[in-house]
Write a protein that binds this ligand. Structure first.
Ligand code: XUL
Length: 519
């Protein structure tokens, strides 16, 4: 194909984005469809049950709108040689009859308008990564599979509520007849890839690592599920026969999309991956000593390790965080990852005075505090060297904890000011990273909040390492590079914040005040 394009998609919790690059890796086009334009409730969180779900029909509607937008913009679909994609991790779609989507689909009409939801899906809501409703199933599977450490050794993680396996088990237990009708459980990433292919395709190894069912201990040979875990999760016959290596071609674009939008029949689809691995691809991958901190809806921390070594796991506090297989390397390479649920939404609630310590009053202002003002008002010296705040507006993943009405400040007295609370929420994130991350020499910072100079300095001081602010990452751009079969060239700018060792010492002292994982 002359002058081919490579297309990357990213389905996050809030939007669907497309980015394309050309043969030289230069970005040619990008557009995004916010889910709020399609639905008044893209994510439903039930505070009682701690369930978090989205609608798979919403994902299809978003795909229709995105492709429509691209067509309106004159996007050259016929130049696309390959498509890859990224999705929020762990979430799963329960399919009763996938083929029904395409049986009578006319290219004259949108796909979402032609779908019979009752025929296609066995559950019309799908659990997403914010779900924290499966603690009972986590306890059950850890008990049946030899305990948290064994599960972490075999699959990369102890049992976590949002992981796909326990979500499957919960549905098998609570809705047996609907579950019996399920032909296939697909991760959201594989579901999106399947839509484009017009047939069901497998998960890649990175996405499989977010299920608690992938055998990550098998460093050689073909990727495989861990049969014992699959049985305990009641997922037999519900999964693709095996996951595939990252970037593997899993199919070609379905005739429906060729006819409706003008894609070439030769355009291939590569296995979709998770948003965190895809943002690594946009960043040129990681080297030993890099600590990638991404500050977004979820805050995530990633670094490379040789193996799923137990020495890498925190021995004193037990097994925290995750190991997942990188989709980017041809030889099996693993990434350690920490994930925090209380990211940008929690920081915003503090900034807007909606989630402050009991007794702290918000700034009285005519208009909301902007991020620039927020940055200035927290940009002072370490305001409370003997104090930490614990900010769990939402159920937290690390440490595993329920949401709280107010942030907890230790010690609570004297009452803290609005400015101090704003600083404490940033310090809390930096301290939780210090507590659990290891083997790093420099911090690579991405995500929306990486623009904050105050946050950069807090991270440099707390982590005692230089902070390099990378371009705000884009999982869609990473997916476009993956479509091309490579990672973006690695470009690390000069550090934008340097550590101050005496301040680091003060912070290090505070770790003991942080809540510990209770197992
Ligand atoms: C990763 C995780 C989140 C989601 C956000 O384990 O749960 O980072 O991928 O989309």
């Amino acid at each position: 194909m002359h002058d081919p394009y490579f297309l990357g998609l990213d389905l996050s919790s809030q939007s669907l984005t497309a980015t394309s690059i050309d043969q030289n890796g230069t970005e040619q086009y990008s557009t995004s469809i916010p889910f709020s334009n399609i639905s008044s409730e893209p994510v439903r969180v039930d505070s009682e049950s701690r369930e978090a779900t989205s609608s798979p029909l919403l994902f299809i509607k978003a795909l229709d709108r995105l492709l429509q937008q691209m067509r309106d913009d004159g996007f050259p679909f016929d130049k696309v040689a390959a498509i890859c994609g990224s999705a929020q991790q762990h979430g799963s779609v329960y399919l009763k009859n996938f083929d029904d989507i395409f049986v009578n689909a006319s290219p004259e009409h949108k796909l979402s308008e032609q779908i019979d939801v009752q025929q296609v899906f066995s559950f019309d809501r799908c659990p997403i990564w914010m779900d924290a409703s499966t603690s009972a199933q986590c306890a059950e599977v850890e008990q049946k599979l030899g305990g948290p450490r064994k599960l972490a050794e075999m699959t990369g993680s102890r049992a976590y509520e949002r992981f796909t396996g326990v979500q499957i088990l919960k549905r098998a237990q609570q809705f047996p007849s609907q579950f019996a009708e399920t032909q296939r459980v697909a991760l959201i990433s594989a579901f999106m890839a399947s839509l484009l292919c017009g047939s069901l395709v497998p998960e890649d190894v990175a996405e499989a690592s977010g299920t608690n069912m992938f055998n990550i201990s098998n460093e050689s040979g073909e990727p495989e599920w861990w049969t014992e875990a699959v049985e305990v999760m009641k997922a037999q016959e519900k999964l693709a026969s095996a996951p595939v290596r990252g970037l593997q071609v899993v199919g070609k674009i379905a005739p429906y999309f060729q006819k409706r939008y003008g894609f070439s029949a030769d355009a291939v689809i590569r296995a979709f991956s998770g948003d965190n691995p895809c943002s690594l691809a946009a960043m040129g991958g990681l080297e030993p000593g890099d600590l990638l901190v991404s500050l977004g809806t979820s805050d995530t921390v990633q670094w490379v390790v040789e193996k799923n070594l137990l020495e890498e796991l925190d021995k004193t506090t037990q097994v925290v965080g995750h190991t997942f297989r990188s989709p980017l390397s041809t030889v099996p390479q693993n990434i350690r990852m920490l994930v925090f649920c209380n990211g940008s939404l929690t920081r915003e609630a503090v900034k807007d005075g909606k989630y402050l310590p009991a007794g702290t009053s918000a700034r009285v202002k005519d208009s909301p505090v902007t991020w620039e003002e927020f940055d200035t008002l927290v940009n002072g010296e370490c305001s409370a060297p003997r104090r930490v705040g614990i900010f769990h507006l939402m159920s937290e993943i690390l440490p595993r904890a329920p949401p709280t009405r107010y942030p907890e400040i230790i010690p609570a007295e004297p009452a803290c000011t609005y400015e101090q609370a704003c600083r404490l929420v940033l310090e809390y994130r930096a301290l939780t990273i210090l507590k659990h991350a290891s083997h790093y020499k420099k911090v690579l910072l991405t995500g929306g909040a990486s623009a904050s100079t105050a946050f950069r300095q807090i991270l440099a001081d707390v982590l005692n390492a230089p902070v390099h602010a990378m371009a705000a990452h884009s999982a869609a751009l990473g997916a476009a590079f993956m479509a091309k079969g490579e990672t973006s060239p690695r470009e690390i700018p000069e550090p934008s914040a340097l550590p101050r060792p005496q301040i680091h010492e003060m912070y290090r002292d505070l770790i003991r005040l942080l809540p510990s994982e209770s197992f």
